[in-house]
Ligand binder design. Structure first.
Ligand code: XMP
Length: 327
């Protein structure tokens, strides 16, 4: 059985050697806990679930069943990377569910931010539970719970969802191999498990995904504009040495249009807002100021490459008063 609590005297994992020792210890604990049984994992492609997957693949191979639900609100290239890294490279037992239409149909016409979040969260559980019911002989559910989740739930800041809100009749024993680790430790462990750096060191990404960056009722064309502009921003940040340096950066395409002109014709298109922020605790946030050259280049690329955009704006607002995300 794994430790429930982080030992007070546990040394912070800061070196490859410490990470390797942790991995070795956890693999033995996982094998002892799981025996010859099977484990189910919702693999989002985020840091925590990816590290849990890599650890369990090492411990129990194809007795880990990973389910990757594409809710249609992932960033460009993310589902492909999950399939490439886990299915093709690590030979994981991976079930890929493209539930894009299901999510976007349910979200059509819904503009209230809380309702959108509820639909995305609820539908996710439903899709995952449907996949779980198709499988036989699963006794365990793996979760990417980390130590700050436990501390925050104990402090009443965050609801810690055991078993992710699965229906009552679906009872699994939990497996939480990174439960006692801080985020920086999870990243080092992930690297030692062979995960690509851009997966392990990626910026935070909200559960409702691009859905919160397409404010109001989501439409496929505006969502595509968010996805494409986000991909350009990420590419340019990587090229300009800002990847891994700036805490979080993304684009938002609000639901209003303004006039413009393109190739001699009047346009009536959306603006694209760039947000780039730094923080340590996400309670207070400062803005990363970009160079004029980079801004000019981003504006040019986004307006020429992303259909439906005719203006690019930069958000200079810290938190407070503005939150990081737009809804
Ligand atoms: P806010 O907008 O509250 O964001 O200043 C603070 C941090 O939390 C992320 N965020 C979310 N993460 N589900 C998540 O998993 C959500 O619904 C959600 N909303 C915001 C946000 O990206 C930022 O890092």
């Amino acid at each position: 059985m794994q430790s429930e609590r982080r030992p007070d005297d546990m040394v912070r994992i800061t070196t490859p050697e410490l990470a390797d020792a942790f991995i070795e210890e956890q693999i033995a604990a996982l094998r002892a806990q799981i025996g010859d049984k099977k484990v189910l994992l919702a693999l989002s492609g985020g840091v925590d679930s990816s590290v849990v997957a890599a650890m369990l693949i090492k411990a129990i191979g194809d007795r880990l069943v990973c389910v990757h639900v594409n809710h249609g609100l992932l960033r460009k290239g993310e589902p492909e990377q999950v399939i490439e890294v886990f299915k093709n490279q690590m030979k994981a037992n991976l079930i890929y569910v493209d539930a894009t239409d299901r999510f976007l149909d349910k979200l059509a016409g819904v503009s209230d931010p809380e309702k959108k979040r509820k639909i995305i969260g609820g539908e996710f559980i439903e899709v995952f539970a449907e996949e779980a019911r198709k499988l036989d002989g699963i006794d365990f559910l793996a979760q990417g719970t980390i130590w700050p989740d436990i501390l925050e739930s104990e402090a009443g800041i965050k609801a810690h969802h055991n078993a992710g809100g699965l229906p009552e009749d679906m009872k699994f024993e939990l497996v939480e191999p990174v439960r006692i680790l801080f985020k920086d430790e999870v990243r080092i462990v992930g690297e030692r498990l062979g995960l690509p750096a851009n997966m392990v060191y990626r910026q935070p990404f909200p559960g409702p995904g691009l859905g919160v960056r397409c404010p109001g009722a989501i439409t496929r064309d505006r969502l595509e504009a968010v996805r494409e502009s986000d991909a350009i921003l990420r590419e340019e940040f990587a090229k300009n040495g800002l990847e891994g340096k700036v805490w979080q950066y993304f684009t938002v395409v609000p639901d209003f249009k303004s006039t413009g002109v393109k190739e001699g014709k009047r346009t009536f298109d959306w603006p694209c807002i760039i947000r780039a922020i730094n923080t340590t605790d996400v309670m207070e946030v400062t803005v990363e100021h970009l160079s004029d050259e980079l801004i000019d280049h981003l504006v040019k690329r986004i307006i020429t490459e992303v259909p439906g955009i005719n203006r690019v704006l930069f958000d200079y607002t810290p938190k407070p008063p503005a939150t990081v995300e737009y809804e």
